[in-house]
Design a binder for this molecule. Structure first.
Ligand code: 4UW
Length: 541
């Protein structure tokens, strides 16, 4: 069926043109991207230094790095860690690793040594790419892990660090005739990104070359034929959003990507002005800030080149969209909804007309199917009825890395992914996200798994029990709030609880509100009744 929905068993089919899936089974995503024809010349510009990479330099560097990795002994299936802020070198590293059939695992540079060590212990990388600034985190987390420095031109000797090469040297390497290309199949794993899914701590999400190739085609399909856009990249490339856009998808379109190493409002706005950027992918908190300061921004910067702002990673309120459109009338706000587990975009609005349906997350991506499932009865529901969104299609992950239990409770035998998002689909096939069933907290678009913070709180000698919930916040979207049961006789204070957590987690995971309670409400099987706590916490708002 090509209409918005199929009535027979309540499966919704995408209304977009189907994907022309790549038929050749022996294909890696890097080869797929590099073989696309386009008219683009400049691939990347570093916003701070103006350093450029043309498309031919990009593919030359990827080939050099891949050849060097091969010489170092990196082979198909090996995991390589990338711990770096955004840079024009980040995509080079990712594309080179994937071209060998090796697997990228990325992590947030804000993460603490403890958090990075945990991911290293789980994913077992053989090599790490990092920067001079982040080097101490890697060496402390895994002292024996060999390291490639991404931002040094000479090979530094730093005590205690096992630096084996610089990216600079690797990229210069002449293509070697010796390198035997191992056959990479579309079903081979390409990325191992971490996500907490519907419950529990972060887990490795296995996405295949097939998943990524389909995502590249979805990103390409969102293009208006022949347009070459200039993008600003400020969303993180370590996250699925930045990775599928800036380190893979958009490179197949010939677009130019202006890269900011971190988000800074002034840097972003002056980069738009300087490079006449047309397209700006963001997370909601930055749109909120642009709205709050609209008059001052318009006075100080000429951002007239900007036509598209893409928002995703967390919900964007109708009020913000209306306010934004009012303040920036030349800009169309597009929405993208996705998950790490769906290797990127599951639904999106792609045009001015679609964007006018304020509040929608858009139409299903090409080739993607959906069901809306009643969480109580397990029945799939028809249009305009609210339930859990399930997704199926060519971008859905292979599963969680060495975690059979999490995989089977998230992916069913027919390939349906339970998103943990509460949604409905309207008569025209537009998805509306109304709530989150899963535990996940999103602080400024970053994932904060409550289970990790709860486990940490329970290690405090004065804490008997704890539960962590999302607390709504206009700027951050939501932040983690803790309900804590103190042990008898303890005089533990709110700030002591917050400090205890802050010392051990990345800043975006910090507990920003604490309340004490006599017991944590739980169901008979011991599951925390989060909805009750959320109601309690927000009843006074
Ligand atoms: N509206 C409401 C949204 C939305 C949302 C996400 O960190 P993850 O696993 O993944 C992401 C991925 C976002 C993304 C990827 C590729 C892309 O092109 C794009 O375009 C803008 C966005 O966020 O978190 C997944 C969870 O985040 C929430 C939702 O709960 C989802 O299950 N979420 N996007 N537009 N909520």
């Amino acid at each position: 069926p090509r209409s918005g929905f199929c009535v027979s068993n309540s499966v919704f089919y995408s209304k977009r043109k189907p994907l022309p899936l790549a038929p050749n089974n022996a294909l890696d995503v890097t080869t797929f991207i590099s073989s696309r024809a386009h008219r683009g010349t400049t691939a990347f510009i570093d916003a701070a230094t103006g350093r450029h990479l043309s498309y031919s330099q990009l593919w030359r560097a990827v080939e050099g790095v891949a050849g060097s990795l091969w010489d170092m002994g990196i082979r198909k299936g090996n995991v390589v860690l990338v711990l770096s802020p955004n840079s024009i070198d980040f995509p080079v590293v990712c594309l080179a690793i994937m071209s060998l059939g090796a697997v990228i695992t990325t992590t947030n540079p804000l993460n603490t040594t403890r958090e990075i060590a945990k991911q290293i212990a789980d994913s077992k990388p053989l090599l790490a790419f990092t920067t001079t600034l982040l080097l101490p985190k890697v060496t402390q987390a895994a002292p024996s892990l060999p390291i490639v420095l991404m931002d040094a031109t000479t090979h530094p000797s730093i005590p205690d660090a096992k630096i084996v090469a610089t990216l600079h040297d690797m990229a210069q390497k002449e293509p070697s005739a010796q390198r035997v290309r191992e056959r990479v199949e579309q079903d081979d794993t390409a990325t191992l990104l971490y996500s907490s899914g519907t419950t529990g701590p972060s887990k490795g999400v296995l996405s295949s070359h097939r998943n990524l190739i389909a995502m590249v085609q979805i990103v390409l399909g969102r293009f208006h034929a022949g347009d070459i856009e200039t993008y600003i990249c400020t969303v993180p490339m370590f996250h699925i959003y930045g990775l599928v856009a800036f380190a893979t998808g958009l490179l197949a379109s010939g677009s130019t990507i202006v890269v900011l190493t971190k988000f800074e409002m002034h840097d972003m706005l002056s980069a738009i002005q300087r490079f006449r950027a047309t397209y700006l992918p963001l997370v909601p908190p930055i749109l909120v800030a642009m709205l709050n300061n609209a008059d001052a921004i318009k006075k100080k910067y000429d951002i007239g080149s900007l036509h598209w702002v893409l928002s995703g990673g967390a919900p964007l309120s109708k009020e913000v969209i209306e306010g934004f459109v009012d303040k920036y009338p030349n800009v169309t706000i597009l929405q993208g909804y996705g998950l790490t587990e769906s290797t990127g975009v599951g639904a999106s609005t792609d045009s001015l007309e679609e964007s006018r349906r304020y509040g929608t997350a858009g139409l299903l991506s090409p080739g993607t199917q959906a069901m809306i499932v009643d969480p109580d009865s397990g029945q799939s529901l028809p249009v305009n009825r609210t339930g859990e969104l399930w997704l199926r299609g060519p971008t859905i992950m292979k599963g969680y890395f060495s975690n059979e239990e999490a995989t089977t409770s998230t992916l069913d035998s027919k390939g349906w992914l339970r998103t943990g998002d509460v949604c409905y689909i309207d008569n025209d096939g537009f998805i509306f996200i109304v709530d989150r069933l899963k535990e996940l907290i999103k602080y400024k678009g970053y994932q904060v798994p409550p289970a990790e913070l709860e486990a940490l709180l329970l290690t405090h000698p004065a804490i008997l029990d704890a539960a962590v919930i999302p607390y709504p916040d206009r700027e951050a979207g939501q932040f983690p709030m803790a309900y804590v049961v103190r042990k008898d006789g303890s005089s533990l204070s709110e700030s002591q609880v917050m400090d205890f957590v802050a010392e051990q987690v990345a800043p975006y995971k910090r507990i920003r509100k604490v309340a004490f309670i006599s017991s944590i409400p739980k169901n008979p099987s011991g599951k925390i009744l989060r909805k009750d706590l959320i109601k309690l916490a927000t009843s006074k708002l």
